[in-house]
Ligand binder design. Structure first.
Ligand SMILES: CC(C)(COP(=O)(O)OP(=O)(O)OC[C@H]1O[C@@H](n2cnc3c(N)ncnc32)[C@H](O)[C@@H]1OP(=O)(O)O)[C@@H](O)C(=O)NCCC(=O)NCCS
Length: 169
């Protein structure tokens, strides 16, 4: 069992339908304005591809998660993919939609733990690579997990500028 510095239990597991409200709360509080996914989008991700949706529990409360879709052809600026249009669970390429940790628990290594478990899970599932887009300030964080920089993204998601990155599994 993994514990934090206060001996609180840490558990990383696949999402369940009952996690919807808490995941929506974390998404809304952590992403600004338009960037946050709606409750309907999160529900769709839970229902459609739970295998690509992991949550981190601290002392039995969900405090962060990573969700994604799978595809045969990656198109990172495709807004419809965020609603899993074009998703196929057999696709070898994974596209991450959200990496998020509740603000009260940030900068304590939880995103790193989620990312390690998520990448291991996708490797076990036979996926070949993981793609994501991120803002400039997080390029180094993803590089520290082995992601390579692909270039600036065409996406203007949430009215912001984004960069594309990939991790080969
Ligand atoms: C980005 C986010 C998931 C990081 O979660 P976290 O649990 O705080 O991250 P970790 O503690 O695992 O951070 C590991 C390292 O990543 C880097 N890092 C983490 N958050 C960072 C930030 N906001 N800016 C720059 N670097 C950051 C740091 O190097 C950090 O190590 P340090 O704390 O020893 O300096 C969290 O800040 C978040 O939910 N933000 C809002 C949603 C978001 O923007 N998600 C990213 C979408 S691409």
């Amino acid at each position: 069992m993994i514990e934090d510095e206060n001996q609180r239990k840490i558990n990383i597991r696949e999402v369940q339908p009952a996690d919807l409200e808490r995941c929506f709360e974390i998404e809304t509080i952590s992403y600004s304005g338009d960037e946050a996914a709606s409750k309907e989008k999160i529900l769709k991700r839970i229902r459609t591809y739970p295998e690509g949706f992991v949550v981190l529990e601290l002392a039995d409360e969900v405090i962060g998660f990573i969700n994604s879709g799978a595809t045969h052809q990656v198109e990172l600026s495709d807004e419809e993919f965020k609603e899993l249009i074009g998703h196929d669970p057999d696709g070898k390429h994974i596209v991450i939609m959200s990496v998020v940790v509740h603000p009260e628990h940030q900068r304590r290594g939880f995103a790193s733990q989620l990312m390690k478990r998520f990448t291991a899970k996708m490797k076990e599932a036979g996926k070949t690579d993981i793609y994501l887009i991120c803002q400039t300030g997080l390029i180094d964080m993803y590089a520290s997990h082995g992601f390579s920089y692909l270039g600036k993204s065409d996406s203007d998601h949430g009215g912001l500028s984004w960069h594309e990155m990939v991790l080969t599994l």
